[in-house]
Structures are given as C-alpha cells and as structure tokens.
Design a protein around this ligand. Structure first.
Ligand SMILES: [Zn+2]
Length: 539
C-alpha cells in the first residue's frame, strides 16, 4: 500500500512523527496509527502530563471517500516542511487508512455518481461490513483494534473524514457534529454554542462556506432538514459515549477532488486552531462530565426529533426543477447550476429525550455471556469477579415484547421496540461471574449497551437472541395429569384459566393452548425464557 509506505518514509525522516502498528484488521494487514507533534514528544503519558490536547483523525472508513487520506498526508507534509505550524499544545493521532480491505478492492466503477479520484476503494471491508455501523457490535477486527486505539488515546476531539451522497448545492464541505442534546450537559451546550459556530467562522475565513450535513428527506434541501442522528453504532456516536467532541466532515461528491481535499485539510486546520485556543476549557468540560457520570442517577437512553425548534442557517443551493426522463418518460429531478441561490433555511438540530433509566450500582453478568464481556474488555471497562458462589438480590428484566428486523442489516436482524417488565429477584450467581460497577468512566457506554431497550444495545444487536427461544416443553398426554393436579393445588391459576376460556372462544376450544397456559403459569416453565441475563445490583 503506497499510502502506508509514504507514512513509513516520513516516520523515518521526521522526529515529529511516530508510526505504530496497533492491531489486526479483517484484511490481514495491521492497522497503523501515526502520532504527530511539533515538539518531538510522542510519548502518550508525557503528552497527557503536559495537558496537550489530542485530536484523533480517522480516514478511509469508506474507502471510496478518500479525501481525508490525502488531506492528512498534505497536512502532515506542511507541518514537517514548517509551512503549517502545529501548536505545541496539540498532538494529532491519525489512522492513515481504516478500511484496508475495502481500499485494496479498487475499481473505476465504484461511487458511480462521485467526481473523482480516478479509482475508488469499496465501502464494505473484507467481511463486506460497513465499518461505520460496527462500533458497538464489533463484528470486525477493525472495530476491536479501533477501541484499543481510542482508549489508548482518550482523545479530546475526534474527526472521521467522509464524502457525502445526495442533493446538489454549492457548498464543498458539510459537517455532522455529534448531536448536542444526546451529548448532553455542559459538553452539549459548548458543542452547540461555541465549537460548531467557531468552526463555521474559521472555515468561512479559509474560503469554504461550511454548512451542516445536508440530511434532507424531502425531494430537495430547500426547506431545511433535521440534524443527522448519530447513534452509538456510528463513529461519532461511539466517541460521544466516551465524552469526546466528535465530528464527521462530509465533502460534496460532485465537487472536484482537489477542491474536496483542500476543504478537508482546511477543516482539520480549523479543528486544530479551535482546540488549541480552547484546550483548557475542552479538557475541563470533559473531566467534569466524566466525573459527574460516575455518580449520575438518571441516564436518558431514547430521544426523538423535535420538529418545533430550529436554527436558521445560510444555504447556497441550486434551483431544482423537473423534466421528462429519457429513461422512464416520467418526471425527473435535476439541479440547474446556472441558477445558484442563497437563502436562509431552518436547521432542525434539537432532539428531546423520551426515556430515562436509573443507573444501577453495578451490573452482574454471568460468565457464559463472554461475547459481551469481551466487548466490554476491549473498551477497558473495569470489572471484578464474584469470589464465591452467591445468592444476590437484584433487579431483573423480562423481555415482554420486541420486533426483529425482517431483513438482515450488517449481518444482524436488529431488535427494536423492546419492552421490559422489571422485578426484584434473588438469583444464584457463580464464582467468576462479572460485577461491573457504574462509578467508572465507562458509565454511559455501559448504560447504552447493557440496557436492552437502548437503540444500539447488545440486545438490539442480537447478542441475547438465544433467550428468546424456549428450550424445554411438554408432551400433552403426559402433562395432562401434572396439569390437572397442579390446578387442584392452585385455585388462582384455575380461576384465571376459566376466565380466559369464558372470554376467548378459540382458546376454549384449544386443548394445547390451555395446557400451555397452565405450563407457563407453573414452576415447570423454564425461568430463562425471555429472562434478560444481565442483572442490576441496586444497593
Ligand atoms: Zn461515508
């Protein structure tokens, strides 16, 4: 790979650069990380002691969108040639190319609508996964290595460089900022009121009129659009769980490649300039948020788009019209570049939280659920073992409803609309089961992944689907005798059976259904069915 060779060469000649192999990828090649500093200190511990801010830049997660790969090389070249002065309080940490498998899978035909470069890498990685949906479920080795890098760096600012699809307009660069209500607290406020506006201003001075990522769902963007919702499956949503200011620049696919690369470079310089000027504030806000979350009682886990509140923005579009399609003979949309316009439109950038959960003191996870444990370990989550078999009173969830996606999405059939019933139970745990306290830096990550009704929880991503299948049952002719004597000893169940028969004629005619009703209300019914196996220790 030429890009990696280039970075190796630079690493060899410059004391400002350190390149490291950080772990495996599905492509069989190692994932590299490059550290860049202006004062030759590339030791992470001493960087943190000196309170330099770390800006972490990811490139090529979608290899057909390579603007950041080239822009990062140009930026670092300028730093080494002293054409651009990297402030002493900033350290850059750059992944030169994240999706290596997709980058090696090249074609002139990929990204059919995009204006350059000459050849494109492919969006899927070596397992055909979209790596920008993989940060929680971690089906790829890339995601495992990324988590290791992320926690090694603990970055103050994270940037994931992309190229957009969609409408035509004049802006070269658009930006997704991690959603500010979801980021929440003092960081969300700073993001919306200080960080974002400053980036727009800095980019304007550099000759690029930045606009929020054009996320319209009408036919054209002329009427405004909602802010992109970056749930934790996405890079910026994942970074936000760890209280890092996260952004996804998206250049416009129809602009010439050189222009896109220079706007990506200008935006990275804008991040450097703002972060350097507000380094202390950014670090204080992060530290305060991390410290608060260790004792936070309520955590929101669901949000909905607020259609009533918006922020006016200046949009430079092209007039759209309809003409007859040569393909279908039906009306087709086109943008007329001879008719540019500029107008104020509404950016609907607010979301309201709709569901909160009370943080437990700790979660207890039986050791059999090691796939989840492995993902927590990959994220540096602090945990301890039970030192002996113990019966512990915990809050427990029973899954009372959910829907599974009919079609696979990124190798999964996502569970949504999850409903739970909560009860207090005494559960037998075994020596070696995991206790995961909430008074740690990972608090928010734990809540959003372990609460089953979280949008990107491990339950949503199918890690607990096995509890949805009943493993035991009964033979009607044998269970008849057991059921009959059970009813005699349990008049309450008998009464409920009779009520159901009276209310539901098809039930009254169905012997199997009646036996099953008794079975499900008897101690013979397996406790594990629909019992969510992660328990909440409340005191
Ligand atoms: Zn992309």
């Amino acid at each position: 790979m030429e890009a990696i060779e280039w970075w190796k060469k630079i690493d060899a000649i410059s004391p400002n650069i350190k390149m490291m192999e950080m772990g495996p990828t599905d492509a069989g090649f190692p994932l590299h990380l490059v550290l860049v500093s202006s004062n030759n200190d590339l030791n992470l511990k001493s960087i943190k002691v000196k309170k330099a801010s770390i800006i972490f830049i990811n490139n090529g997660i979608h290899p057909g969108e390579p603007d950041g790969i080239d822009a990062s090389m140009l930026l670092v070249k300028d730093i080494i040639l002293k054409k651009y002065k990297l402030p002493v309080n900033i350290v850059l940490a750059i992944i030169p190319v994240y999706n290596i498998g997709g980058t090696l899978n090249r074609s002139k035909n990929y990204r059919v609508d995009q204006n350059g470069p000459e050849e494109f890498g492919f969006r899927g990685n070596s397992q055909n996964l979209d790596l920008n949906r993989d940060f929680i479920k971690m089906d790829s080795k890339e995601a495992m290595t990324f988590a290791k890098i992320f926690h090694f760096l603990d970055p103050d600012v994270f940037i994931d460089n992309h190229v957009s699809n969609g409408a035509d307009y004049q802006h070269v660069m658009t930006l997704i900022s991690s959603q500010h209500n979801k980021l929440g607290g003092v960081m969300g406020k700073f993001m919306k009121e200080r960080f974002e506006p400053a980036l727009f201003e800095l980019m304007y001075k550099k000759g690029f009129d930045l606009v929020p990522y054009v996320n319209h769902f009408g036919p054209t963007p002329d009427e405004g659009w909602p802010q992109f919702w970056d749930s934790p499956r996405y890079s910026s949503g994942y970074a936000s769980l760890w209280n890092t200011f996260a952004f996804v620049p998206e250049t416009h696919m129809l602009k010439p490649y050189a222009q896109r690369v220079s706007s990506t470079k200008a935006l990275m310089e804008s991040f450097i300039e703002f972060t350097s000027a507000h380094s202390g504030t950014i670090q204080q806000l992060r530290a305060a948020t991390i410290s608060n979350q260790k004792t936070q009682i309520q955590f929101p886990i669901a949000w909905k788009w607020d259609k009533t509140r918006s922020t006016p923005i200046n949009f430079k579009g092209y007039e759209a019209g309809y003409k007859t399609s040569e393909v279908s003979g039906l009306p087709r949309l086109y943008y007329d570049r001879t008719k540019p316009f500029e107008k104020t439109i509404q950016f609907y950038n607010n979301y309201i939280d709709t569901l909160s959960v009370t943080a437990p003191k700790a979660y207890i996870i039986p050791q059999g659920w090691w796939k989840v444990i492995d993902r927590l370990k990959a994220n540096n989550v602090a945990m301890r073992f039970l030192s002996k078999d113990s019966i512990i009173e915990v809050e427990s969830y029973r899954i009372s409803g959910y829907q599974s996606g009919a079609r696979p999405f990124e190798g999964h059939h996502l569970n949504t609309n999850v409903q739970i019933e909560t009860s207090i139970k005494k559960i037998s745990f075994r020596k070696g089961d995991y206790v995961i306290p909430l008074n740690q830096k990972a608090a928010r990550f734990l809540i959003e992944t372990l609460e089953p009704h979280g949008e990107d929880s491990y339950f949503a991503w199918n890690f607990f689907d096995a509890i949805q299948g009943q493993k035991e049952g009964f033979s009607d002719y044998v269970f008849e005798e057991t059921a009959s004597s059970f009813l005699k000893q349990n008049p309450d169940v008998k009464r409920r059976l009779e009520e159901r028969k009276a209310a539901d004629t098809s039930f009254a005619k169905n012997a199997r259904a009646q036996l099953n009703f008794i079975y499900q209300n008897s101690p013979y019914y397996e406790p594990a069915h629909l019992q969510y196996p992660i328990y909440r220790l409340m005191k």
